[in-house]
Design a protein. Structure first.
Length: 589
């Protein structure tokens, strides 16, 4: 039942290919009939040779012509069966490829839409395993023809009906034999499934380890962690191997068992059928038909055994893919949006906002901030005081547990997410660049002509940096912009935001990696960019925020001080302390 429910998940995908599917299904009966007719024809040939009772139209002609007819029909049956089976397999494989390709796209976009909270607790490697290995396992079920088991079941029904119509006792004996064997297959299958799920989990862990080490390779090499990390990897690998070992037993046992049972069934038919032949109640032709039928009858189960691993891996894959697809999106679009024709002046209000990443650990408590349109605000405070979290909430990367955040008078939960993120221009502490050209990284999804792009780069003082790159704006960047310095990456991140013309600019330590002269040039350009825009700037180096209209000082998730640089210094509180320390070069923020 559970498997059926899992398979139901594939229905919407199969529905998209309903014409191919209908064709494949309509071929099931003809293929089964073409397969079932062969033993009948062989049986008839033996009957004709032995002068036993055969079909009436065969009895009406001489033996040689009857045999020629039978051989001709047998040849046609084989050819028709091959042609039909070939077309069916082609159709099924095409359906499978289209299904898994669509599934991969859906999984990818669902994963991208899942909240950061979900990604915080799910290692990247595990997600990669679901998107690649699991989807591949499902593709394998279609690709290897394992899905042909369904066709074999139809063949089984056709053969069973034919057998019962020819000789009921022999037919019933063969059918009853199927009951314990099917039970055995199902129980072994359940055990195999559990073992296979563990294999996939361990594979996910293996991929996580690999991905983490490759991503942090610089640190691994710098701290000489190669040996230690390799040892850890070997442990994970060992667990994976053990998990695979757990499946091998079922895999080998079931194939051998079924092969043996199908041979035993032939022997049984020979023994019972032989007795019936000697007693004269059935002819040798009928016995031959039954021996051939008994082998065909076990085909579905033998196929199931041969494809056992693939089918089970496919079902496990559907289970795991389903789990991911069922993970609800925490950050959802509102059902009805407030009209986005509101004035986009850039007013930001935090009203009694409380937030925790983990339930037992409040990070922000009763945050009340009112940022007027065009106002420049600086958020300062010790490390871990919650500055970045404030920005994440404003961008709706996480959702607050209490309170409201308003952008231009509208609760951000009621704004379409693309609209919200278009209106906020964010430069984060860790700049992320995609592989691709510099120009692509700057424009991302915004529509911007080459000329506008070049002009903006000039305005932002990016020209000297672009000149240094081998192909200027067309220079290809490695993954994460690995062939640029941190400062260069940050300059690009700022330009990328400027291009979007946001009404609120958010910068988290945006100029931290720049040398003093580049920073001075950029500050100049930034002040142009900031004119008439609301700005929220996070900075550790207090000198960079002195000019802000207002400075908010955060401490353990609360706003503890608020005012201009001069006011706050005069107050002699936390800000004044931090500023003093920095001036003396002793800052330990
Ligand atoms: N994804 C997360 N899951 C759980 N806790 C987190 C997560 N991100 C941050 N935290 C915790 O939340 C607190 C506030 O973090 P936040 O990044 O907002 O601080 P910050 O003031 O920006 O610090 P910094 O100045 O070092 O950038 C920290 O104690 C941090 O450990």
């Amino acid at each position: 039942m559970k498997d059926l429910r899992r398979l139901q998940r594939l229905l919407p995908y199969l529905a998209r290919d309903r014409r191919r599917l209908f064709l494949a299904i309509s071929l099931l009966l003809p293929v089964a009939a073409a397969s079932a007719v062969q033993p009948l024809l062989v049986g008839q040939a033996i009957s004709v040779l032995r002068g036993e009772q055969a079909w009436w139209w065969l009895q009406a002609m001489p033996m040689a012509s009857a045999l020629r007819w039978l051989i001709g029909l047998l040849l046609i049956a084989v050819l028709v069966r091959l042609a039909l089976q070939g077309s069916q397999s082609l159709l099924v494989q095409t359906i499978g490829q289209r299904l898994t390709s669509q599934l991969r796209v859906d999984l990818f976009s669902h994963t991208l839409n899942l909240s950061l909270r979900f990604h915080d607790r799910t290692p990247v490697g595990k997600l990669i395993t679901r998107l690649t290995n699991d989807v591949d396992a499902l593709a394998e079920v279609f690709g290897s023809g394992a899905i042909g088991v369904i066709a074999d079941v139809v063949t089984f029904v056709v053969i069973a009906s034919l057998m019962l119509s020819i000789n009921r006792p022999l037919g019933l004996m063969l059918l009853f034999l199927q009951i314990p064997i099917t039970w055995l297959v199902i129980s072994l299958q359940q055990r195999y499934r559990k073992a296979n799920y563990r294999v996939r989990e361990e594979l996910g862990q293996l991929n996580s380890d690999l991905q983490e080490n490759l991503q942090g390779l610089e640190v691994v090499q710098m701290f000489r962690r190669e040996t230690l990390n390799s040892e850890r990897f070997a442990i994970t690998n060992g667990k994976y191997r053990k998990a695979v070992d757990g499946t091998i037993f079922y895999d080998s046992a079931i194939s051998a068992l079924l092969e043996w049972i199908s041979l035993a069934a032939v022997a049984l038919v020979l023994a019972v059928g032989g007795h019936l032949v000697t007693s004269g109640s059935v002819g040798l032709g009928v016995l031959t038909t039954f021996i051939l039928f008994s082998q065909r009858l076990f085909d579905p189960l033998r196929q199931l055994a041969e494809r056992f691993t693939q089918i089970q891996a496919g079902l496990t894959a559907i289970e795991r893919i389903g789990e991911l697809l069922d993970t609800p999106l925490e950050i959802k679009e509102a059902k009805s949006f407030i009209s986005s024709d509101q004035p986009k002046s850039g007013e930001v209000i935090f009203e009694d906002v409380c937030f925790a990443y983990r339930d037992d650990e409040p990070i922000l408590e009763n945050i009340n901030i009112h940022i007027k349109p065009g106002e420049h605000i600086a958020l300062v405070g010790p490390t871990g005081s919650g500055k970045t979290t404030v920005i994440r909430l404003l961008c709706r990367l996480y959702e607050q547990q209490q309170g409201r955040i308003l952008l231009d008078g509208v609760d951000i939960r009621e704004l379409p997410i693309p609209d919200l993120r278009q209106r906020l221009g964010v430069v984060l502490q860790d700049t992320f660049l995609f592989s691709g050209s510099v120009a692509n990284n700057l424009t991302l999804n915004s529509e911007c002509s080459r000329h506008e792009l070049e002009q903006l780069c000039k305005d932002l003082g990016l020209a000297p940096m672009l000149e240094k790159l081998p192909n200027g704006l067309d220079t290809s960047l490695r993954e994460r912009g690995g062939n640029l310095s941190s400062g260069e990456r940050q300059l690009l991140a700022i330009a990328r935001v400027a291009l979007r013309n946001p009404s609120v600019l958010v910068m988290d330590e945006a100029t931290a990696f720049l040398d003093p002269s580049t920073e001075a040039t950029l500050q100049n350009d930034l002040s142009k960019l900031l004119t008439n825009r609301t700005a929220i700037v996070i900075a550790h180096r207090l000198a960079t925020v002195e000019a802000s209209d207002r400075i908010l000082v955060l401490k353990r998730g609360r706003v503890v001080e608020e005012g201009s640089h001069i006011d706050l210094r005069a107050q002699g509180g936390l800000y004044a302390q931090l500023a003093d320390l920095q001036e003396r070069g002793l800052a330990t923020l």
